[in-house]
Design a protein around this ligand. Structure first.
Ligand SMILES: NC(=O)c1ccc[n+]([C@@H]2O[C@H](COP(=O)([O-])OP(=O)(O)OC[C@H]3O[C@@H](n4cnc5c(N)ncnc54)[C@H](OP(=O)(O)O)[C@@H]3O)[C@@H](O)[C@H]2O)c1
Length: 252
């Protein structure tokens, strides 16, 4: 099988790369800074690993890379739109520049990744689109408005497109992890309930992709917590979260 994984140089993406290479698959990855890949890794897997330096918000670059990989590896089976970013808030006032960058990467990046893959899936009437969204897509998390909004957009895109693309035999999977130990979460100073290792997270994601799960929220305890929070009357949710929200303006 041939997998294209955006943002496969670190974290969840890189764990998926290791998983698929160990199973004998061909994998392509992309990222803005390829030096994040461990030294010698590309050389070691040169026959099965393609690496592209690009920003997922650059539609043309992404289309070019996906086409190049599809030609050289003779096909594309699964597109995993994993590249994403999150910026911790240090103020009660939204950081609009960071919000724009988050939406560009987390929403447009997924859109462009899916579009690039679809060019190869439609004629074959087969393929799988996968997005790594987040449990944050089900509630508006304090201090993470743009991130929550970006993941909510991805959850809804996947839900709609899984229905639209079914007659074309193209499946859509939306993966919503809780906290996974990666360079992204290693910057967090807040508590991270049910934190899981990247390796374990990738194994669970790999299984969900293999079984073509349309929606996968994990781990189970985080699934239950987020489902509970998302079902609360919204005024109760806002009150509950407000009790815990740090008032940044009191810092100075
Ligand atoms: N870790 C968690 O707890 C968690 C939970 C839920 C959802 N997620 C989601 O899972 C995905 C992976 O997160 P992670 O924790 O593995 O993060 P990570 O360790 O920071 O890895 C992010 C990857 O995406 C790449 N990337 C970021 N912006 C990019 C861009 N504009 N263009 C191309 N590549 C880009 C990064 O490389 P460069 O920076 O070099 O480009 C890196 O390879 C994200 O979508 C994240 O929102 C993570």
């Amino acid at each position: 099988m041939n997998y294209f994984i955006t943002g496969g140089t670190t974290g969840i993406g890189f764990e998926l790369v290791k998983l698929y290479l160990s199973q004998g698959h061909r994998v392509a990855i992309c990222g803005r800074d390829l030096s994040k890949l461990p030294k010698g890794f590309h050389e070691q897997h040169k026959k099965a690993l393609w690496v592209y330096q690009l920003d997922v918000s650059d539609r043309e670059a992404l289309v070019k890379a996906v086409t190049d990989f599809t030609e050289k590896a003779e096909g594309l089976n699964v597109m995993i739109a994993n590249a994403g970013r999150s910026v911790g808030s240090k103020s009660n006032i939204p950081d609009f520049q960071s919000a724009k960058e988050i939406l560009e990467t987390n929403v447009l990046g997924v859109l462009y990744s899916f579009e690039a893959a679809m060019q190869h899936f439609v004629s074959k009437k087969s393929g799988q689109l996968v997005a790594i969204a987040s449990v944050a897509g089900f509630v508006g998390l304090p201090g993470a408005g743009a991130y929550s909004a970006s993941k909510a957009a991805v959850v809804r895109l996947c839900e709609s497109w899984s229905i639209d693309l079914k007659p074309l035999n193209i499946s859509v999977s939306c993966i919503c992890p809780g906290f996974i130990d990666t360079p992204m979460t290693q910057q967090n100073t807040h508590s991270m309930p049910f934190l899981m290792s990247g390796e374990k997270g990738a194994k669970l994601i790999g299984k969900a992709i293999e079984s073509k799960r349309a929606l996968y929220l994990f781990p189970l305890r985080m699934n239950l917590l987020i489902t509970f929070l998302s079902l609360l009357p919204r005024f109760v949710y806002r009150w509950l979260m407000g009790l815990q929200t740090f008032n940044y303006s009191k810092q100075s």
